[in-house]
Design a protein around this ligand. Structure first.
Ligand code: C2E
Ligand code: CA
Ligand code: CA
Length: 657
């Protein structure tokens, strides 16, 4: 018999080949090759690709097997190779599911033996087939006939697929929605393919279905976009959330190392760098030399988190050791030492060298922190004011208790009206007269005593209560303005601090107006202060908000100029009336030439932009002289007065009552 090539079969094999080839290329191009699950995925794709190839070659040989011994041999070899590799699909898929759910960490040598035995039996059957024909044989017509061995292979494959399905549901809770979806899709598509091929023997769509299923997995899941910071290529907060969550659900014990870099902005400013990403990249590059990239998370420019497995019985399994060669983590304390050692040296950015100051915190989930929320509480908590160590762990972390107490104090403060607005005067440098005042909040707590805003404002923001607090301050200030006293005493305006978080919220403009319009006051008597450290992509929205509020009469001041990370150009695209230069800039100017240059240049630049300048933190007469010589408009600081209660302000500053 001299047959033709079956083009119908060919079409399915070729598409399966092309699809798997494309997935493979894509995986390499996107460098998704370093995690264990990446490698397992690539193995799956390679098997499909190789199988399609053997089928294609076999298909060419098949029409000639009756008249040519060579063709018969090629066909046999192709069949054999097909079975050798295709029988691995199901067990490898099972391993893939285990990797994705992180359950692989729980797999013992015994489990692995259980997986290996059937694989061994299958391969033995396949490899012995040329002598035993237990899988298939060609009958006297040259037609292909199946034997019992093939059913054994199908049986094992079915068991593996069943186990994989069980694992998917068993670890359902520890996987993200995307992982679940892509695995279910894969199973669905493959089962449909199998069913079709089973019913219609001539539609050879199994490989094609498998390739499609893998394509689905790649599109849905193997991509890491959502958890990677596009600029630095490091896992972000979202990635950390996902990984902490799955570790928590699997009850894995993990060490959490928080690397905080203190005074980042000062270090960078000292060398005139405004793009903080340089620094993030530098530090990340270093960390990657110590530990694989997927253990590192970048929370913000000044904080990296590293997650390490803390399981002690890692020793007991050979298999785990193999696994850990790829994925496992260094010893926490060793890593900490390495990091501290590195930070003793300098960092290079371009041609400049500078030093950075690290603090390392070490904790553990579930021992130190029982929940993922607790871990984020730890991550988001500011460091204690006084630090006498570089590494904080165990009892050193008790400062977090303070934070819980502060949270309670804030709730109490709102309930029992323990917040008080203080005022600090601002003077005109030319006329030496009172120009305005800044409203600064204090919390007099019955348990903690006096609590200062540097401590409670960030906590209030994270608790989602900052609106309530800032609205209250604004109301009190309006009340003060409405009394008419400030204006009678020649004050031009009162400054109210706004939290950035608040400004970007929906309906912010309306809310402000609703509060202020309750009082019979001129809106220009209110100046809002906003700090410069805004996320760059928000400038446009912020610009619109400022424009809208300014058009109804309010004034705006940029606060803390010189402390943020932001892009100077963008900042000045915002329509501020006043720029407040931070006290650290003034103080640095007295210490050295570089500081003086920064102060002088800042002032010149702001003046050229036709904005008024306030300098904060004026404590001495010599500072006043300096500011006079530089042509600053207004000044504020302890030299004139600390922030004081309203009654004191009226009496001591306004000279009333
Ligand atoms: P800020 O807006 O930069 O306020 C100026 C801070 O510098 C105040 O600290 C003030 O007491 C302090 N200061 C002023 N002159 C001098 C000086 O000559 N020497 C020294 N050493 N310090 C001086 P305070 O009151 O502790 O406030 C800290 C921060 O808390 C404020 O920084 C502001 O960002 C925030 N804050 C205060 N009240 C509010 C509020 O009602 N709402 C919001 N959102 N934030 C507030
Ligand atoms: Ca301020
Ligand atoms: Ca300030």
């Amino acid at each position: 018999m001299h047959g033709n090539i079956n083009e119908f079969h060919m079409a399915f094999y070729s598409v399966a080949f092309l699809v798997s080839f494309t997935i493979l290329m894509q995986s390499f191009i996107q460098k998704r090759t370093d995690r264990v699950h990446n490698i397992v995925f690539i193995s799956l794709v390679s098997i499909i690709m190789f199988n399609s190839l053997t089928e294609i070659v076999g298909e060419f040989a098949r029409p000639h097997i009756l008249e040519s011994n060579a063709a018969l041999m090629v066909d046999d070899i192709c069949h054999m190779l097909y079975f050798v590799f295709h029988s691995l699909i199901a067990p490898v898929f099972l391993i893939y599911v285990l990797c994705l759910s992180d359950a692989i960490k729980k797999v013992s040598d015994f489990h692995i033996t259980l997986i290996m035995v059937p694989i061994f039996v299958m391969e033995l059957l396949i490899l012995s087939d040329p002598f035993t024909s237990v899988l298939y044989y060609h009958d006297s017509n040259g037609d292909f006939q199946r034997n019992w061995g093939e059913y054994v292979i199908y049986f094992f494959a079915a068991i593996f697929i069943f186990l994989a399905t069980v694992c998917i549901f068993r670890y359902w809770f520890a996987m993200t929605m995307r992982k679940r979806l892509s695995l279910i899709c894969f199973l669905g598509v493959v089962l449909i393919g199998l069913a079709v091929q089973f019913v219609y023997k001539n539609i050879r769509c199994e490989l094609f279905a498998e390739a499609l299923g893998l394509l689905g997995i790649m599109l849905l899941m193997e991509s890491e976009d959502e958890r990677l910071d596009p600029e630095t290529g490091i896992y972000n907060r979202h990635g950390l959330e996902i990984d902490l969550d799955s570790n928590f659900k699997l009850k894995n014990s993990i060490n959490i190392i928080s690397l905080r870099i203190i005074d980042v902005s000062t270090s960078l400013r000292s060398i005139g760098i405004t793009n903080i990403n340089y620094l993030t990249k530098e530090v990340a590059e270093f960390l990657k030399t110590k530990i694989q990239r997927y253990y590192i998370y970048n929370i913000d420019p000044s904080q990296f988190i590293i997650l390490l497995d803390a399981d002690n019985n890692a020793e007991s399994h050979k298999f785990r050791k193999i696994f850990e060669k790829f994925e496992a983590s260094a010893e926490a304390d060793e890593l900490i030492e390495d990091i501290l050692e590195r930070f003793k040296g300098n960092w290079d950015i371009g041609k400049t060298k500078f030093s950075l100051n690290p603090i390392i915190l070490k904790a553990n989930m579930p021992e130190t922190f029982e929940t993922v929320e607790d871990v984020f509480f730890f991550i988001d908590s500011p460091l204690p004011k006084k630090l006498d160590k570089q590494v904080l762990q165990g009892p050193d972390l008790n400062y977090l208790l303070r934070r819980t107490e502060v949270e309670n104090a804030i709730r109490r403060g709102l309930l029992e009206d323990e917040f008080e607005v203080y005022y600090q005067p601002v003077y005109d440098l030319h006329t030496k007269k009172l120009y305005g005042a800044e409203a600064l909040l204090r919390l007099h707590d019955s348990v903690l005593g006096e609590v200062y805003p540097d401590e409670f404002i960030p906590v209030t923001e994270q608790m989602g209560l900052i609106d309530e607090v800032d609205d209250m301050v604004l109301g009190r200030v309006c009340e003060f303005v409405e009394s008419g006293l400030p204006e009678r005493k020649g004050m031009q305006t009162l400054n109210v601090n706004l939290s950035m978080i608040q400004c970007m919220q929906k309906g912010f403009v309306d809310r402000i107006n609703k509060i202020v319009e309750k009082y019979d006051i001129k809106k220009s008597m209110i100046t809002f202060e906003i700090t410069e450290s805004v996320g760059a992509d928000d400038y446009q929205k912020l610009g619109e908000i400022i424009k809208e509020l300014k058009s109804s009469g309010y004034q705006f001041a940029m606060d803390d100029y010189g402390t943020g990370y932001s892009n100077i150009q963008s900042i000045f695209s915002l329509d501020f009336d006043v720029v407040k230069i931070d006290k650290s800039i003034l103080w640095a100017a007295e210490k050295g030439e570089l500081g003086m240059t920064i102060l002088t240049n800042s002032i010149n630049m702001i003046r050229q932009m036709k904005k008024k300048i306030v300098v904060e933190g004026v404590e001495t007469e010599s500072q006043i002289k300096l500011l006079e010589s530089l042509g600053v408009d207004y000044q504020q600081g302890f030299y004139f007065s600390k922030p004081i209660p309203k009654a004191d302000f009226i009496r001591d500053i306004l000279g009333e009552g």
